[in-house]
Design a binder for this molecule. Sequence first.
Ligand code: BV8
Length: 252
Amino acid sequence: MSDLQTFADMIGGAKRLVVLTGAGMSQESGIPTFRDALEGLWAQYDPMELATPDAFANNPKLVWDWYQFRREIVNKTTPNPGHYALVELEALLPQVIIITQNVDGFHQLVGSRDVICLHGNIQQDKCAGNCQGDPTIVDSSQLTWDDAPPLCPHCNRNYLRPNVVWFRELLPTAELERAQQVCLEADVMLVIGTSGVVYPAAQLPFLAYRSGAKVLEINPSRSTISEIAEIRVAGGSGEALPQVVKLIREKA
Ligand code: BV8
């Protein structure tokens, strides 16, 4: 039997499937992964340095403009067949919970029902001081700005910032705790498109593995997760996931 058929059979037989997605899941939509060098003006910057509170404190306009640039990319792209394949999987299996590191909102956009967002949502802005509570989400679509990000309309003191988790910021407690809990309960964990170097997200597959789950991976390259993966499909998720769902549907 082919590896892909075995891979599909393991997913098709899952009672409590947990999926962890990273930037590779949206690569075939045209959103550069964190590892891809960003083009043009932004190629000179390291995302790891820009996505930090210090960068925002030191140069709020630069960081704000970077997120506007990335939002434009997200707004010009669409979810790919991999995102839709996960929605089909949700109809075929008793439980599919998606934990995502991505901030593009594509899993929710295609209708996935149970999505745990660990790192926030690039399409949302919030008051940098969370003046009305954490998070103080603000609609910035009608606001203007020039040499600095718009000010929060509630407190008129703090800048607005994207509602994402920067490096050296804590992940949202409820989301992280639920992600850890569902990994402890999973019988199969499917890891898609992550290099597995960003913590604490990168720990989740190991949590599932140590609790007895079978770990499967879709990634064209090896990652830190590959060492515990029963099978790694070395391909793009936009192509591999529809193939896997087709094999599962044929046996359903
Ligand atoms: C925290 C939102 C506690 C923002 C993101 C030293 C000092 C301080 C902290 C640390 C430290 N050392 C370690 C840490 C912890 C740090 C961390 O993990 N650093 C790493 C880099 C070592 N983590 C944190 O800071 C976290 N918070 O720990 O709080 C704390 C507090 C204070 C002090 C210490 C600790 C917060 C982490 C969240 C950061 N925010 N996103 C934004 O997007 O702007 S993470 C960001 O990186 C994205 O979400 C993205 O998902 C992620 C990158 O990881 P991947 O998703 O894996 O993407 P990557 O590009 O790496 O890989 C893509 C993969 O896809 C590749 O494997 C590729 O082969 C594959 N691929 C390519 N094409 C395809 C494909 N796969 C399938 N199909 C394809 N077609």
